[in-house]
Design a binder for this molecule. Structure first.
Ligand SMILES: CCCCC/C=C\C/C=C\C/C=C\C/C=C\CCCC(=O)SCCNC(=O)CCNC(=O)[C@H](O)C(C)(C)COP(=O)(O)OP(=O)(O)OC[C@H]1O[C@@H](n2cnc3c(N)ncnc32)[C@H](O)[C@@H]1OP(=O)(O)O
Length: 219
């Protein structure tokens, strides 16, 4: 079952896998975009479908039983390669490359294309929430106070266009096991969505944290 797991893996092996799976995942992202926007003839669509199904069968020849999980590495980092926002092996993830500061600040410049559309030409509101949930959660984690999203509140001030965007978040305050984070999504003209959330270290993690200590960020 997928879970938080400690894995015994060298930095070189992590780098090798990243170099292998990163480009595969990027190819699949391009496939998703191509499938949304293609205008080729029907026969070409059917032929492409057959080829894609063959490739899927090849990849399914050997698989993990469940999802990827989050794997802590000996260097003190963690791999969340199945994560829906940042996952190196998840083509659903844009992916965001998130920068962190130990003060509990996180930011990312990224691009959302046709796969993230809600209203025409605009980012789906749920996708904006997805991105901001991750950003605020990463800010909390970067500040050494990780947690599960308890409550996330968004204010959509202005529609967010598809294209180049920036997201930022920081810790507002910490009250014991509860970390309050705030952040926003912005386009070139300024803020489009504001977010605030409380991230709560769950009971099981409080107990484990007392024993070992968690790393504070994803690799
Ligand atoms: C997950 C952390 C584990 C450690 C991870 C370690 C390392 C990872 C490193 C860094 C992290 C980096 C990035 C994270 C990235 C992305 C973030 C994405 C996050 C998600 O995508 S995550 C999925 C959506 N998320 C859920 O699926 C949550 C489901 N839910 C629960 O897992 C529990 O429900 C929980 C944990 C919320 C509470 O459980 P609990 O047992 O600890 O609660 P308990 O009753 O003890 O309350 C204790 C105090 O929290 C208050 N409180 C309780 N619930 C609240 C709520 N909902 N809102 C506001 N306040 C609440 C109480 O009022 C009390 O406050 P007070 O003490 O003041 O009375």
């Amino acid at each position: 079952m997928a879970r938080y797991a400690q894995e015994d893996v060298t930095a070189a092996e992590v780098a090798r896998q990243k170099a292998l799976y990163g480009p595969l995942t990027q190819s699949i992202r391009e496939l998703v975009d191509a499938a949304i926007r293609t205008e080729v003839d029907d026969d070409t669509v059917r032929a492409a479908q057959a080829e894609i199904e063959a490739v899927t069968a090849r990849l399914r020849a050997r698989q993990l039983e469940g999802s990827y999980g989050v794997r802590f590495t000996p260097s003190g980092g963690s791999r969340a390669w199945g994560n829906a926002v940042v996952g190196t092996r998840n083509a659903v993830a844009p992916p965001l490359v998130i920068h962190h500061e130990e003060s509990g600040r996180a930011w990312s410049d990224f691009d959302l294309g046709a796969a993230y559309e809600g209203p025409p030409g605009l980012v789906h509101g749920g996708v904006a929430a997805l991105v901001l949930d991750q950003m605020l959660g990463e800010a909390a984690g970067a500040g050494g106070k990780p947690g599960m999203t308890g409550t996330l509140t968004l204010r959509y001030r202005r529609a967010t266009p598809l294209g180049p965007l920036r997201a930022e978040a920081h810790i507002d305050r910490v009250e014991g096991i509860k970390t309050y984070a705030v952040g926003h999504l912005a386009d070139a003209e300024g803020v489009t969505v504001e977010a605030e959330g409380v991230f709560i270290l769950p009971r099981w993690a409080r107990e484990r944290l007392e024993e070992s200590g968690f790393p504070s960020r994803f690799e």
